[in-house]
Design a binder for this molecule. Structure first.
Ligand code: AHR
Length: 673
């Protein structure tokens, strides 16, 4: 303060030399104002009993897409790549350890009609074993003392029996554990065996040794760790699901993203092909495999081992509403832009209706029975569904109308999410937004991949939306530090902080914005196509980015109803680089204030609580900050930017709180009435 007065005086003296008395008075007033701003003497007023919009339980969720090896090689814990020999090159991911007289042949049992037509026929005509070596997804992450479940479908073609030995080895060739099964009989059977690894290895491989003379057919050669999420055999990577569970997301959107649309219609995501027995799920190429010339990933396919049942189950496990997005009869408009003729949309619409039956139907209905057969007789209670991803143009509106009518006629209570295209503004957006609002769409999905400044400048975006009109799903957003889809984008603190600033505007407008999710969710450090991403992993480890911690803080502290937090009687949305939102959690009677300071200066602010009798003297501050705007987290330093908590002493109904430079804080105070 003293320094401020001193500098004001100095300015005053300098000015006095130059100007007359009237100008001097004006200058004094301006100077006083500037000083006031620099000091931030104007308080924040929180109107605790002025309850505004309810915050939807779905407000903060996650967006899952199989991009960056998010599913196969990521969340889906299968360690064998191309386990059923269905990649275009059937031995991609495999190497042969040849012996004279031994060989492998790929047999196609039914090119046209089988979901899993190929298998490998191995002939061993040597006393030495023949080997098939699988490289995994950029290696296999193996953990000391963890159990591993090996399984294979096999049938003897010639000879009585053969031994198949599964052996994990390190990159250097050290043996880390093994077990064998004995195959006999000509009919296809699944063989299973488990073993424990004796060391940890980041880039292991699986050797499958074929021992004994004969000819054996093999398919679905699989290896799973036993420490999966909830220790489900053939399940999901526990560390990754845990990171999601820790966020307590309100919903999980799946399976994308552009993967829903496919490069062409044949390549679109078809949920019916992702359910039932894993060996009957048809493998197709992942649309992201060659999308970016700078990041070719030719070995990127979709096994659908993580399919719609597993998405529903994971949503249920972590208390999130499932939000499936379905193809609307249009392939990706950046690729082929194929559309299905409107008079041939029926199978697509039937897929949507059947999905509701799969999720919610009785166990005596066709699709409800499948759900029960897969182990979940109870309904999944699906309430929301998306029609199309980033589709645009009149052809989208035409199709969405047909879908909406068919779905609402049968299931009027299922809420529908519609697309507003690829961008948050412009001709495409204006057209779709206008048409969808005319249709009274339930929820409109908006996407913005923009630079950090855009996020800081758009905290008021929803202040002018009509809460009586269609609701908004901020379905995909992420600040891009360099440029959209640039490989140089980083999950740096400036991006996360700018998103936090923007998100205050989403929460403040909870009457308009019902859902929001950062995108994409996962990326494998050795196999990504798109950056930035919320969570990064290798085959053993994973970490949340600064953006993850921003999402998590908003989600864990969302409260149930917005209350006004005002600066000079205006919302706090960028004045002096400050952003804020406040809410009440009715179940705990806590006041939750999120404040973001994007300036390079610490600011002390007074918070005045109106409309409340008393506050609990013990509050809590959670701080997320870094002085370095370029700071990122990493596998080696996963928590460089992560929240810290400290107690907050509250006395009376006014508080002075320091808002550190480049920080986000959550201030939690209990109301005592
Ligand atoms: O999140 C990556 C991609 O960005 C999504 O698949 C798509 O919807 C958007 O263009």
């Amino acid at each position: 303060m003293y320094n401020a007065i001193k500098s004001t005086l100095k300015n005053f003296c300098n000015m006095k030399k130059k100007i007359g008395i009237k100008s001097l008075l004006t200058a004094l007033a301006v100077s006083a104002l500037l000083t006031a701003n620099a000091q931030n003497t104007n308080p924040f007023t929180i109107k605790v009993n002025d309850l505004k919009a309810p915050i939807q339980p779905t407000m903060w969720g996650v967006f899952f897409e199989d991009i960056n090896m998010g599913a196969d090689g990521g969340l889906y814990a299968e360690m064998v790549k191309n386990r059923s020999f269905e990649f275009a090159n059937p031995l991609m991911g495999w190497k042969e350890q040849r012996q004279a007289g031994s060989n492998v042949l790929i047999v196609n049992r039914n090119v046209e009609h089988s979901p899993n037509p190929r298998f490998a026929r191995v002939t061993v005509n040597s006393t030495k074993p023949f080997g098939l070596i699988n490289e995994g997804f950029r290696g296999m992450g193996i953990k000391k003392d963890n159990g591993y479940d090996f399984s294979v479908w096999a049938a003897m073609q010639d000879g009585n029996s053969m031994t198949l030995k599964a052996e994990l080895v390190s990159a250097k060739g050290d043996k880390l554990g093994s077990a064998s099964v004995s195959v006999s009989g000509k009919e296809w059977k699944q063989y299973k065996v488990s073993f424990t690894a004796n060391a940890t290895e980041a880039k292991g491989k699986l050797n499958v040794w074929f021992e004994g003379k004969g000819v054996v057919d093999v398919d679905m050669i699989s290896l799973f760790p036993q420490d999966t999420w909830k220790r489900r055999p053939g399940g999901l990577r526990a560390d990754l699901v845990q990171l999601l569970a820790d966020m307590k997301p309100g919903f999980i959107r799946f399976p994308g993203g552009c993967i829903v649309e496919g490069k062409d219609l044949v390549n679109r995501y078809q949920w019916k092909k992702s359910v039932g027995k894993v060996e009957d799920r048809e493998v197709i190429v992942n649309r992201w495999n060659m999308e970016f010339a700078h990041k070719p990933t030719p070995d990127y396919y979709q096994s659908f081992g993580l399919g719609f049942f597993e998405y529903f189950q994971m949503s249920e496990d972590i208390g999130a509403e499932p939000l499936p997005i379905l193809n609307c009869g249009m392939a990706c408009q950046f690729n082929t832009a194929e559309v299905v003729a409107t008079d041939q949309l029926d199978p697509y619409i039937q897929d949507a209706l059947d999905l509701i039956e799969f999720a919610n139907g009785n166990t005596d209905s066709k699709w409800g029975k499948l759900r029960a057969d897969m182990g979940h007789p109870k309904p999944f209670n699906l309430k929301l569904m998306g029609i199309g991803n980033e589709n645009w143009g009149p052809q989208y509106i035409e199709r969405v109308k047909i879908f909406t009518k068919a779905i609402k006629d049968k299931y009027p209570n299922v809420g529908l999410v519609n697309s507003s295209g690829t961008d948050q503004a412009g001709e495409r957006f204006d057209y779709l937004n206008g048409e969808l609002r005319k249709m009274n769409a339930d929820i409109i999905d908006e996407h913005y991949y923009r630079d950090p400044l855009w996020f800081r400048q758009n905290a008021r975006r929803y202040d002018t939306y009509d809460p009586a009109s269609s609701k908004v799903f901020a379905g995909e957003y992420a600040a891009q530090s360099k440029a959209i889809a640039s490989t140089e984008n980083r999950n740096s603190w400036i991006c996360a902080l700018s998103e936090a600033a923007f998100m205050t505007g989403l929460e403040r407008n909870a009457g308009v914005v019902y859902m929001a999710s950062y995108a994409p969710l996962f990326a494998h450090v050795d196999a990504w196509q798109w950056t930035p991403d919320l969570i990064w992993m290798d085959n053993l480890r994973s970490y949340g980015t600064p953006n993850y911690y921003v999402q998590k803080l908003f989600s864990l502290n969302k409260g149930s109803q917005v209350v006004p937090i005002l600066l000079n009687n205006d919302v706090v949305a960028g004045q002096d680089s400050l952003f804020a939102t406040a809410s009440i959690d009715k179940s705990t009677n806590e006041l939750l204030i999120k404040v973001v300071n994007t300036s390079d200066k610490d600011v002390t602010k007074q918070f005045i609580f109106e409309g409340v009798k008393k506050l609990d003297p013990k509050g809590l501050i959670t701080l997320l900050k870094s002085d370095d705007l370029n700071k990122v987290n990493s596998l080696d330093e996963p928590k460089s930017v992560s929240p810290t908590e400290s107690p907050l002493a509250v006395s009376g109904k006014k508080l002075d709180i320091v808002l550190p430079a480049y920080s986000m804080q959550v201030i939690k105070v209990k109301i005592i009435n």
